[in-house]
Ligand binder design. Structure first.
Ligand code: NAP
Length: 335
């Protein structure tokens, strides 16, 4: 499988580390052999070799593509859209910056890939949240796959569980903790920290961005609700249709009062066929979501045949998200 990798930060490098370290196992167990033919970032430019780039050399040159050795067939500095359209990749893996308002420029990258006959696998929520219907239509037109497991709970198989393992069940609701930063902050507040102290610690540990608004005001989780609404219920909700509230107003006293009542505050993302929401809520300790602490994520699907099914796991991270991309690549390969 020939791969064009767009975005080569934490997640893109995580995927290549996995492909480097697991190459032999992937070949023996699944017959899967990946070749990275193109890599592109906004500031570092592009590298393309139709015969395949050297993965260890790419990882060594991740901060500066000029450190990647010249070799026969190598092209540098192609325009990203031109590269996507003309390269010989079978699949484009999109892990560039998220824009939840427009999905761009990643959305155009996805259109270019599908229109030029490539499968698309994303870690980037933006294009899926903004352009799902058009992406699905273009994928169908091209006879190619569109996959986005890594956009919700990183490699923890939230989407695969719903669409594949639970196929045959009717899912009536999904609700979960889909943002690790806010869950980390709320967990630290249970231990006695103020909101500001917990946020500062989350920033120090790299869980929260310097500008944490997208996480703490609920928009990151809301983007995931939109993706789940589309994937599970074929419903085209947008941010405007949803009640979205973050955790910025939750105080240490609120957390204490919940504890005294045998409850915990959680930022709960919820989606049904009728809509979605992101709201801080007090949940009883008997609720499986109450046991999810720190930066961990969880999702509960309510189904007709199986009742509630809860999946708990990592929602971010280099290898965790890299694995989400790999799981989609393996799935496409197996078809
Ligand atoms: N990190 C996680 O745990 C995680 C989990 C799930 C999903 N995701 C999603 O996965 C994506 C990548 O995350 P990350 O943590 O790897 O971010 P990152 O470390 O900031 O890397 C982003 C990469 O995208 C490139 N990029 C930015 N704008 C671009 C553009 N217009 N065209 C081409 N490349 C562009 C950056 O290149 P320059 O450095 O040259 O700007 C960089 O190589 C994001 O959409 C994120 O939301 C991340």
């Amino acid at each position: 499988m020939k791969i064009a990798l767009i975005g080569f930060g934490v997640v893109g490098q995580g995927l290549l580390e996995i492909l480097r370290d697991k190459a032999a196992d992937l070949k023996t167990q699944y017959g899967f052999e990946a070749q990275v033919v193109a890599v592109a970032t906004r500031s570092k430019g592009t590298l393309y070799n139709p015969a395949g780039l050297d993965i260890p050399a790419l990882l060594a040159a991740a901060d500066d593509f000029s450190g990647y050795p010249d070799s026969a067939g190598l092209t540098r500095g192609t325009d990203i859209l031109d590269l996507i359209k003309t390269c010989n990749a079978d699949v484009m893996v999109e892990c560039s910056h998220t824009n939840l308002q427009t999905g761009q420029p990643a959305l155009d990258y996805c259109y270019a890939a599908l229109d030029s006959g490539k499968h698309v696998v994303l870690a980037n929520k933006g294009p899926v949240a903004v352009g799902y219907n058009e992406l699905v239509a273009r994928a169908a037109q091209a006879g190619k796959q569109l996959r986005f497991e890594a956009t919700v709970m990183a490699g923890t198989p939230s989407i695969r569980l719903a669409l594949q393992a639970l196929a045959g069940c009717k899912i009536t609701e999904a609700r979960g903790i889909l943002n690790g930063t806010t869950n980390y902050i709320l967990t630290q507040m249970e231990g006695g920290m103020s909101y500001a102290e917990a946020l500062a610690q989350a920033q120090q540990l790299g869980y929260a961005e310097a500008d944490p608004a997208g996480d703490v005001e609920g928009w990151d989780a809301a983007g995931k609700v939109i993706i789940l609404a589309r994937a599970l219920f074929n419903s085209s909700i947008t941010f405007k249709d949803m009640d979205v509230k973050g955790i910025t107003a939750i105080t240490a006293d609120d957390v204490k009062a919940a504890a005294q009542a045998g409850e915990k505050w959680k930022l709960v993302a919820r989606v049904t066929a009728d809509g979605g929401s992101v709201q801080p809520m007090r949940v009883k300790l008997s609720n499986p979501l109450a046991a999810v602490s720190g930066a961990t994520n969880a999702i509960t699907y309510t189904t007709d045949l199986l009742g509630d099914v809860t999946l708990v796991g990592s929602g971010a991270g280099r290898l965790q998200t890299g694995f989400g991309l790999l799981s989609d690549l393996l799935d496409i390969y197996a078809r």
